[in-house]
Design a protein. Sequence first.
Length: 263
Amino acid sequence: MMMSLMFGVVASSALIIGAVIGVRFDLPKRVLAILLSFAAGSLITALAFELFEDAFEQGGIWRAALGLLAGALVFTVLSALLDRWAQAGPEPEAADDYQGSAKLDTDAAATGETSSKASTRGAAGLALLAAVTLDGVPENVALGVALGGGTGGLALLAAIFVSNLPEALVGASSMRAQGRSTGRILGLWGACAVLLVLAVVIGAGPLSGADPEAISLPLAFAAGAVIASLADTLMPEAYEHGGPAVAMSTAAGFVLSFVLSLI
C-alpha cells in the first residue's frame, strides 16, 4: 500500500509542478509542443504494453476490445462537450482549418501570444482540469491495479507524469489569464492531484483482489481514454504548434517509456 501511495504521489505531483510553472511563467509555444508530443510518445507505450496488453491477458480480446472502445467513446463524447463549454462565442471556421482544442489553449501559456476568449473567461482552464480528471482517474486506477498485481507500472507512471505536467501547465495558465488567484488555481489542481492519488490506492487496494476479468475492464477503459486523448488533443495540438519536429520528441517519449517498461 505504501508503494502504491508513493507512485500515486509521484504521478500526481506533475499536476502541482505544472500548475506552479503555469501561474508563474510563459513558455515558448514550441517548448509546449515538445512537452505534449513527448507525453504522447510515453502514453503510446503505456497503453500498448501496460494497459491494453494486461487487459487482454486478464479478460480476453473481446472484453479488452469492448472496454477500449467504451473508454474511447466516453472520452470523445465528454471531450467534445468540454470543447464546446470552453468556447466563448466561437466564430465560424473553415472545415479544413484546424484551430486546436478549445480546452487546451496553449496561447495562454506561451510568450508573445494572445489568449483566446475561452482562456480569458476561464473556461479553457476549468475544462482542461475536468479533462485531466476524466482520463486521469482510470489511468491511475490502472496504475494501482498494476502495482497490486506485481506487474511493475514504471512505464505507466512515467507516461502519466509527463502527460499531466503540460496539461496542468496550460490549464493553470488559462486560469491565470482569466484573473484567478494563484491560491485558488493551485488549490483546484491540488484537489485533482489528491483525487488521482486516491485512484491509485483504490486500484492497488480493493481492486487488486478482484477477479481478473473484472480488472481487465478498467484497464481497457483507461487504454481507450488514453488513445482517444492522443488522437483528439495531444497529437493534433503538438503538431499544430511544433510542426514536423515533434516527431522526434514523440519517438523519444516512446523509447524512454518502453525502456522503463522493461525494468
